[in-house]
Design a protein around this ligand. Structure first.
Ligand SMILES: Cc1cc2nc3c(=O)[nH]c(=O)nc-3n(C[C@H](O)[C@H](O)[C@H](O)COP(=O)(O)OP(=O)(O)OC[C@H]3O[C@@H](n4cnc5c(N)ncnc54)[C@H](O)[C@@H]3O)c2cc1C
Length: 451
């Protein structure tokens, strides 16, 4: 078996990063260009074809017992086209990892407008599941995409954007690889920028009281997120705002030692140790969370945007995340808290809360609705089904939409009620992949067999 999240050799088993999925593909293909990707599709015979990115989805989004394709070798920056407003259209191979993309953009004085909290994913994998960061005026990564080069089930190569094959573009830019294989992605990059990060532990009530309103935390920060530690009334707030790093008010960069203590030692090494402890002595979880919520002390620093957005995540966990109407957030957190107290469930991982603007991507979890994201995690050695199942029931009350790459149990029938453009998506899928050549058990479940 290959290392979790890496692409195996033909004949070996594949497992995702979270170790929730395991399959042995019939064959593994590693095309080096779009022509060889087309050949993989046209010579596949009856076998289904799925592309895997970095295997960082918690669901079986990428899994197949058919032909597993890695586009790790299709990862170059193809072109950078500056635009009069300072942005640029940047076309990259679909397999490029976000970390490499960020570094390549920086060389051109550019950056992604927003990012999630790690950079291990491939660009195509990230957009295909609706990967997002935080920011009430910003959408997920798929909203930054302005064009795609697709290989269809018929083996055609199509350049699609809002004007050419507009509906196919809409479906494929967040489509779980079920409408076409993405060979290249064009993003609208913005001029490089710095962020000032302010991270502070706050009482949870203070955070919840200050969230909304024109001067509230959500609207007055470019990127707000907070982590609530279950079994406590404490939260760690993170406010990231654009700043000119040369301005007198900008905080200095983080010292190397302080950065290592916070991001490596406390967030990874000590966190792994405390999670191992709670896995064998679950009763200590509330005490550990009390200590953890206080251990992360306040810090303020300025750095290039992608260094602020992204943190190393070495503690392995399982995750479920729901997008809910922003107005429902406080009630939903109260419900989750009530359930944990009532059942005595031990939850050593903090609950992460983020925000996004409404967008127009058909299957975006923030489609046509200002959203708050609530993510629950469980350490890899602890059972998660009861906790996540309870959270899923709470989310259902407010028409929550699950992240496509994170654990959930919804099916096509329920999802169709949550997305106004769901049938449009299925119609495009049926037209471009009528026999389900790009299907797998996960797409069968969430879209229905062959759309
Ligand atoms: C530690 C960790 C942190 C995370 N942080 C965040 C976060 O901050 N925000 C967030 O929203 N999510 C987050 N996620 C979830 C993650 O971003 C998504 O699951 C993402 O899809 C993973 O990208 P990947 O390259 O690993 O894709 P994979 O999981 O390998 O694939 C995802 C889907 O994309 C399809 N796909 C991949 N490449 C192509 C292609 N070229 N053409 C067509 N289809 C393709 C696959 O078939 C599959 O359906 C996190 C996950 C982990 C494990």
């Amino acid at each position: 078996m290959s290392r979790p999240g890496t692409t195996p050799r033909t004949g070996s088993a594949w497992t995702n990063w979270a170790r929730t999925e395991r399959t042995t593909p019939l064959r593994v293909e590693r095309p080096r260009d779009v022509e060889s990707l087309v050949r993989v599709v046209t010579e596949a015979g009856p076998s289904p074809v799925r592309v895997v990115g970095a295997g960082h989805s918690f669901t079986g989004a990428a899994a197949t017992d058919g032909i597993l394709v890695s586009l790790d070798a299709v990862a170059d920056v193809e072109s950078v086209r500056p635009r009069p407003d300072g942005t640029a259209y940047v076309t990259v191979g679909a397999g490029i990892r976000l970390g490499a993309l960020n570094r390549a953009l920086a060389v051109h004085g550019l950056a992604m407008r927003n990012l999630g909290d790690i950079d291990r994913q491939s660009i195509a994998g990230a957009i295909s599941t609706g990967t997002h960061g935080t920011g009430a005026r910003l959408g997920g990564l798929a909203t930054q995409v302005v064009g795609l080069r697709l290989v269809t089930a018929a083996g055609d190569v199509l350049d699609v954007d809002a004007d050419q094959h507009g509906e196919l573009f809409q479906a494929a830019r967040l489509g779980l690889g079920a409408v076409g294989l993405i060979a290249a992605v064009t993003i609208e990059a913005v001029p490089a920028f710095s962020l000032e990060a302010v991270e502070e532990p706050w009482p949870l009530e203070q955070v919840l009281d200050a969230l909304e309103g024109p001067d509230g935390l959500v609207e007055s920060n470019d990127h707000l997120e907070f982590y609530w530690f279950p079994h406590t009334r404490r939260a760690l707030t993170k406010r990231n705002n654009r700043i000119d790093p040369r301005s007198r008010s900008a905080a200095p960069p983080l010292g190397r030692v302080r950065g290592w203590i916070d991001d490596e030692l406390l967030s990874n090494t000590v966190f792994e140790a405390t999670n191992r402890l709670t896995a064998v002595a679950r009763g200590v979880t509330p005490v550990v969370n009390q200590v953890a919520a206080r251990a992360l002390s306040a810090r303020r620093f300025t750095a290039p945007s992608f260094e602020v957005f992204v943190t190393p995540r070495r503690v392995r966990f399982r995750e479920m995340e729901y997008a809910i109407p922003r107005a429902a957030l406080v009630d939903v957190l109260a419900e989750v808290d009530r359930w944990i107290r009532r059942t005595g469930e031990h939850v050593p991982f903090p609950v992460e809360v983020r925000f996004a603007a409404a967008d127009d991507v058909w299957l975006s979890t923030a489609h046509a609705r200002e959203s708050a994201y609530v993510a629950v995690h469980q350490y890899v050695r602890l059972p998660y089904r009861r906790y996540f199942g309870a959270v899923e029931r709470i989310m259902a009350e407010v028409d929550g939409r699950p992240h496509w790459g994170k654990l959930h149990w919804l099916d096509a029938e329920r999802l169709a009620t949550l997305y106004p453009r769901f049938d449009d998506f299925r119609a495009v899928r049926s037209m471009h992949d009528p026999t389900g050549r790009f299907a797998n058990p996960y797409t069968d479940r969430v879209f229905g067999p062959r759309g």
